[in-house]
Design a protein around this ligand. Structure first.
Ligand code: ATP
Ligand code: MG
Ligand code: FE
Length: 332
């Protein structure tokens, strides 16, 4: 069976094709317009989705070498995300499915980030723990089956991606700053500066105090040396990244112990971070974990992950009707 999948929850318009469980196209149209504003402007995002969606669908079908009449189902991101952005993808998917008389498949964006692990080998075995770290979420998820997931820990305030992006903003790096911090960090000393680890009980996270600590640290250092950031950029980035990774992995280790699980995955945009990928690989040996790290193209927002999730729902016969609407907030 052949599934077309649409992702439009934030600022990427993405369309993918899944052919019998293989992703044969994964077109991602990035929106560069938001760079000028230091963050995603929802109004602009939905307008650009409207411009991008039809060409992206045509491109995906052509790359996958399938005709729209060969399709068996249409999957789309129902939520969570920006309502105006979601609306473009949901409306498109609904009319496309209606016109071609195809079943409609609703996909949860956060579940899809995790299910991206079922695109390529090696695939994690159930039950596994997944640290989902993205622009809007930071969760430790106990994954019992494709659509049987339980959040066992999550951030009480900011997401890890936000901690990266807000630090980048303080350092005057353009949006989204996560990848740039990663790049500069590779030239820096991760132990040059020390930042306090938030003291949160259990398996939850908090990043808002961490962000404030960095803000004050930079401001105080600049009072003594106005060129502090310019002269120490690589060391600052390496140290901030090292701290965020430590915070993330400490709770992941704790949850692995608590649930007695050694199948460990990461997902979401921040799982593209080279420091996090390296640190996690090292735990493979020291803790005897089986570690699963997605390919780069399936870390940040993409429709490939929506397509693979949609394919699993297609096999299960889990469809939605035409009265479905986008959900800015959406639980598993
Ligand atoms: P959500 O999935 O929670 O709805 P989102 O869809 O906006 O949020 P993603 O596209 O999954 O988020 O991830 C984007 C985030 O990943 C941004 O915060 C970005 O800075 C971060 N990110 C991407 N690459 C890297 C990297 N190499 N290092 C650190 N952060 C990164
Ligand atoms: Mg994005
Ligand atoms: Fe995402």
């Amino acid at each position: 069976s052949i599934i077309l999948a649409i992702e439009s929850s934030c600022d990427e318009t993405s369309v993918a094709v899944c052919n019998n469980g293989k992703i044969t196209a994964n077109v991602i149209a990035n929106q560069t317009i938001h760079e000028n504003y230091g963050g995603v402007i929802p109004e602009l995002a939905s307008r650009v989705h409207q411009q991008n969606i039809v060409p992206a669908v045509q491109q995906a079908l052509s790359i996958a070498k399938v005709n729209k009449n060969d399709l068996n189902g249409v999957a789309f991101t129902q939520g969570p995300g920006l309502l105006g952005s979601l609306l473009v993808g949901v409306s498109f998917a609904k009319s496309f499915a209606l016109a071609l008389n195809l079943p409609l498949i609703s996909v949860n964006h956060m579940q899809a980030h995790i299910l991206a692990h079922f695109i390529d080998d090696p695939k994690p075995k159930f039950p596994f723990l997944c640290l989902t770290v993205s622009g809007g979420h930071t969760q430790i998820v106990l994954v019992k089956d494709y659509f049987d997931m339980e959040i066992v820990g999550e951030t009480l305030d900011d997401a890890a991606g936000e901690a990266f992006d807000k630090t980048a903003k303080i350092l005057n790096l353009p949006y989204p700053g996560g990848p740039l911090i990663d790049k500069h960090a590779q030239q820096g000393n991760p132990l040059a500066f020390k930042f306090p680890e938030p003291q949160i009980q259990g398996l939850n996270y908090s990043f808002s105090g961490f962000k404030t600590a960095i803000l004050y640290f930079i401001r105080d250092s600049q009072k003594e040396n106005p060129l502090f950031v310019e002269e120490n950029l690589a060391d600052i980035c390496a140290s901030v990244q090292y701290s965020i990774i430590n915070i993330l992995l400490n709770k992941l280790k704790k949850s692995a112990k608590q649930y007695n699980i050694k199948e460990i995955a990461i997902a979401g945009g921040v799982s593209a971070n080279s420091g996090l990928r390296n640190s996690l690989s090292q735990l493979k040996d020291s803790l005897g974990w089986n570690v699963y790290i997605p390919a780069f193209q399936y870390c940040t927002d993409n429709a490939g992950m929506i397509a693979i999730a949609g394919y699993q729902k297609f096999l299960a016969g889990d469809f939605v009707k035409q009265d479905v609407s986008p959900m800015a907030r959406m639980n598993f």
